[in-house]
Design a protein around this ligand. Structure first.
Ligand SMILES: [Zn+2]
Length: 137
């Protein structure tokens, strides 16, 4: 199978997104099919085959998740909101310390990020929003 990472660099952002989306759909379908075959083999008590299909299916889903987080379309976001206008709220689940900082690439909801400044806990991202939302309060 061809690796999906070698999409043409010449393609425009939109085309590239479309291509990677199509690749994701194909990989997703293959992964689903592998899982299905795995369950069938499992039903036939062919554990080895089932295990193999499960691994193929699971790694397919992992590949999708991985490329989804890596290949976030940067062009689209910078058109809509500048990154500096997006704010991430961090909260410590242990001592409830709240902290707000500018959004950084790679932030996502409930990601455990930096260590808490007050206790030994880890800050959790509880909110990602724009500066406009903040003013409404
Ligand atoms: Zn804390």
């Amino acid at each position: 199978m061809k690796q999906m990472s070698d999409t043409a660099p010449l393609a425009s952002g939109a085309t590239q997104n479309w291509v990677s989306l199509a690749a994701m759909v194909v990989v997703g379908a293959l992964a689903l099919m592998s899982l299905y075959m795995g369950f069938q083999a499992y039903g036939n008590e062919d554990i080895e085959t089932a295990f193999m299909y499960m691994i193929i299916g699971t790694s397919g889903f992992i590949a999708i998740g991985y490329s989804f987080f890596r290949a976030k379309p940067p062009t689209k976001r910078s058109l809509e909101v500048k990154e500096s206008e997006v704010i991430t709220t961090l909260e410590c689940p242990q001592c409830n310390l709240k902290r707000v900082r500018a959004f950084q690439r790679g932030d996502y909801l409930f990601k455990s990020d930096e260590p808490c400044t007050r206790c030994e806990g880890n800050m959790l991202m509880t909110r990602i929003h724009t500066r406009k939302d903040e003013k409404k309060k």
